[in-house]
Design a protein around this ligand. Sequence first.
Ligand code: FES
Length: 166
Amino acid sequence: MSRSPLPYNPKILELFRNPKNLGKMEDATVTAVAGNPLCGDMIIFYLKINDEGVIEKASFESYGCAANIATSSIVTEMIKGMKLEDAWNISWKSVIEAVGGLPSVKFHCGILAVGALKRAIRVYYKNKGVSPNWLPKEPSFEEKQALKEEELAEMLSKRMKTEEEK
Ligand code: FES
């Protein structure tokens, strides 16, 4: 059976071919990972944050698909120069809108990118030992989804290992 290619829009394809802010950041203030290296869908976010809580620069490394690379790229562009509170309020829906839409089976790739961003913001405040009142105690939707994916990937890899050992 042949699989037809996913209907990515031209903006996604362009960002996939020429992603912005791709690569490790040596002087990052915080780093956060979302996804699971075992299944290959993994993203690392790097943020450089100044004393006023403004994101001076952002970069990412992605081992995910085209949709993940495109959404991560656009997130790093959207948050540059933003206050952490405003960056926190970016939703996965607005990111998908910003890349001109995604096939619904690929929504989770954009959710993972925003999950990584939100984790990075949490790490920043955790390291500082402060908790601003706008930062919810409960994990956001994107953080919960990232966790679900990680748990699922781990479960699958354990199952595969057991199968191999049989
Ligand atoms: S990151 Fe998993 S399919 Fe896109």
